[in-house]
Design a protein around this ligand. Sequence first.
Ligand SMILES: C[S@@+](CC[C@H](N)C(=O)[O-])C[C@H]1O[C@@H](n2cnc3c(N)ncnc32)[C@H](O)[C@@H]1O
Length: 256
Amino acid sequence: MPRPRRPKPDDPDREFGVPFPGRVLDESRWTQTALKAMPEEGRLDWKGLFGRDAPVVLDLGCGNGRFLIGSAITRKTHDHLGTDILPVVIRYARKRGNQRGLANLRFAVLGAHELLERFVEPYSVAEIHCYHPQPYYDPAQVHRRLITPAFLALVHRSLAPGGLFVVQTDNPGYWRYIREVTKVFFDFHERIGRWADSPKGRTRREIVALKQGLPVFRGHGTAKPDLGEDDALKLADALPPPVFDADRRLRELDEL
Ligand SMILES: C[S@@+](CC[C@H](N)C(=O)[O-])C[C@H]1O[C@@H](n2cnc3c(N)ncnc32)[C@H](O)[C@@H]1O
C-alpha cells in the first residue's frame, strides 16, 4: 500500500477542501449545544433535553461532529446527540454547532458504551450512527474496540422498533468482523457506493480516507423486531470478540 500523502487542512469551515455543512450565523443567533451533565440517576429525558417530542439521532464517536451538524441542519424535524471520549473534538463540534444556531443538537464528552448502557432509555432512539470507530492498532489497546457483540446488543436495545443502525469504517479487518456480527442483531445491508447526500464524505475521517484512495465500507440495518433484550444478550455472549489484524499502515491517517 502506498504511503499516505498528507493533505493540508485549510480554513476552519473547510476540511481538506470539503466545505463544512452550514454557515456561521450572526452571534445573536448562536445556540448552546453543550450537554454539560448527564443525569445523576436514571436515563436521559429526550423531551426535557430538546423541549419537544421528536425522533432522536445518535452519533457515537462523533469526532468533530461533521455528520451530525449536517443532519441537524437538513433534518430540523429530528433531535441529535453526539458523544466522543476526546474533549478536544467535542469542543470543535460544539463551537461549530453553536455558531450555526442549532437547537436540535447536543454534544457531550462520554463513551459510547456508557451512553447506551446507562443513559439511553431502551427503545427510545430512531437512529444510531457510528462512523469509523477507532480500530486500535496496539495489541494493548485492542480491548477498547467499540464494536463488540455486547455493544451491538445495546444498540439493538436502544433503537425504537424500525430504528436504523448505520456503521462505516475504512479498516478492512474491522469491516469483516462488523459485517458478520451486525447481521445477528440487525437486518443488515452493505452499502455499495458513496452517500448521495455527501459524496465527498459524511465525516472527517471518511474524507481523509477517500482522499487517500482507500475503500470505505458502509452498511445499515434495522433492529430485528423479534429479538428481546435477554435473547440479544445470550447471542452476544456466544459471539467472538473483535479480534482482527487492524493493519498498522492505516494508523498514519490518524495523524492527519
Ligand atoms: C477515527 S475517529 C472517527 C471520528 C468521526 N466519527 C469521523 O468519522 O470522522 C474515532 C473517534 O472515536 C472516538 N472514540 C474512541 N473510543 C470511543 C468510545 N468508546 N466512545 C466514544 N468515542 C470513542 C475517538 O476519540 C475518535 O474521535
